[in-house]
Design a protein around this ligand. Structure first.
Ligand code: SF4
Ligand code: SF4
Length: 422
């Protein structure tokens, strides 16, 4: 490796500094630097495209205007605009919290006029810190990544218990040959968490009522790996992806439905082996919408409540899934659907994405609290969502607070179940 220094001729100085040393990128985008900066070399090799893209940023600040963190009264420092500026100048402090504040909601990417790939940069920087030890990783994130790596779920739960929520199912785990069979990819929270299991049970009951043949992988399912990927642990993500891809192929179903937008996003965008194997992945809410549209799920009971729908960022901002969840809710007689200040593509992040669900955030600093206030302003009885992370974040922030005691947080599957069965 050629050694470079600040006085060398013919080498542009892009202003990136690491541990006090100047890092240089050549015209051909390969990396040259001091030998002792080998960590940075690897990261910059991965990041060089993104780094050059950062150079296009005009520092207009539109991204910061849209970032949910700027709405927090306690936020005195986090801004995607200044984050990019610091990254360009090599002034980013990887030993601090800033890298972990971004929930990767996607709002900045959506509104940036210059298509700066902020989320890709964030994942690459986290990868530098997590995989190569070049900075600070919150203890809770470290713990989750270790559990994902060793046990396939965030809490080191027993893998054999993963399908216990659906204990009376047919345990064949194989839907081969059944043309109409679908696979329900349950995800970690609805598999193990007592509260989120209610989402899974409601989903299963709705499928049974609609006469849909379905299966789950049960103990053969592991975490989709989205948290690992967004936290920068590419190695763990690839291992989890390989296990799920292999076991989904064995299961034989060609249509996979995910209960979580997080599983959907990562399986749709990063599980390249699924499509090659002839499988298509969809969010579960799309199946509900289809079943309702063709009359397979008649809703007999009214739910006479005012409902505000919280769009999960991964649906609205990343995949433009905005109308279908609302149509599912409108189909339930008696529901008065109301919109909050931020809705649809401009939805307000609950704080759970990008590993945020695993971070400990003090009251007064939670994005979910801002969202609960928006729901209160509409006079809603129910704050509905379609994501286990959103549900956990919103419920956790509402718990024990008197002002939210009349606001119930529910998943869309639970609400529809009330309309179909109660
Ligand atoms: S990332 Fe985009 S929106 Fe943000 S300051 Fe740069 S150019 Fe403007
Ligand atoms: S992805 Fe969301 S939280 Fe992260 S910087 Fe962009 S707008 Fe802010």
């Amino acid at each position: 490796m050629a050694k470079t220094g600040s006085g060398e001729k013919g080498q542009p100085d892009y202003g990136w500094r690491f541990q006090g040393k100047i890092v240089r990128l050549c015209e051909d985008r390969s990396v040259q630097m001091d030998e002792s900066s080998h960590l940075m070399e690897r990261a910059l090799r991965q990041m060089s495209m993104e780094y050059f893209a950062l150079d296009r940023c005009l520092q207009c600040g539109i991204c910061t205007e849209g970032c949910p963190h700027t709405k927090l009264e306690t936020n005195a420092r986090f801004s995607p605009r200044s984050f990019i500026q610091k990254a360009r100048l090599g002034l980013l402090d990887l030993s601090g919290e800033d890298l972990w504040l971004c929930t990767q909601c996607g709002q900045c990417k959506l509104i940036c006029p210059y298509e700066i790939p902020f989320l890709d940069v964030m994942i690459s920087l986290r990868s530098l810190v997590v995989e190569q030890g070049a900075g600070y990783v919150p203890a809770s994130i470290k713990g989750v990544l270790s559990s994902l790596s060793s046990a396939g779920n965030p809490w080191k739960e027993d893998q054999s218990q993963r399908g216990e929520w659906h204990a009376d199912r047919d345990r064949s785990g194989n839907t081969s040959g059944r043309q109409d069979a679908v696979m329900l990819f349950v995800g970690c929270l609805p598999s193990y968490d007592k509260r989120a299991q209610k989402i899974a049970r409601a989903a299963a009951e709705l499928l049974q009522r609609a006469g849909v043949t379905f299966d789950i992988l049960g103990e053969a399912e592991v975490c989709c790996g989205e948290s690992a990927l967004r936290a920068g642990d590419q190695g763990t993500f690839e291992r989890l992806k390989a296990i799920n891809t292999r076991n989904l192929a064995k299961g034989g179903a060609k249509r996979i439905y995910t209960l979580s937008p997080h599983c959907y996003d990562v399986m749709k965008n990063r599980y390249d082996g699924l499509e090659t194997g002839g499988c298509q992945v969809y969010p579960f809410v799309i199946l509900l919408h289809e079943l309702i549209s063709k009359g397979a799920l008649p809703v007999r009971n009214g739910v006479h409540k005012r409902v505000a729908y919280h769009d999960p960022c991964l649906f609205s901002k990343h995949h433009s899934i905005i109308t279908e969840p609302r149509e599912v809710l409108r189909n339930i007689p008696g529901i008065e659907l109301v919109e909050m200040e931020h809705s649809g593509e401009k939805s307000f992040c609950c704080g759970g994405g990008g590993g945020g669900v695993w971070r400990d955030t003090a009251r007064g600093e939670r994005l979910a609290e801002i969202r609960l206030e928006e729901a209160l302003k509409t006079g809603a009885d129910i704050l509905a969502t379609a994501c286990p992370y959103c549900l956990a974040m919103l419920e956790e922030s509402a718990r024990g607070e008197e002002r939210y005691q009349d606001l119930k947080v529910m998943d869309l599957c639970e609400l529809l179940r009330e309309g179909v069965f109660s």
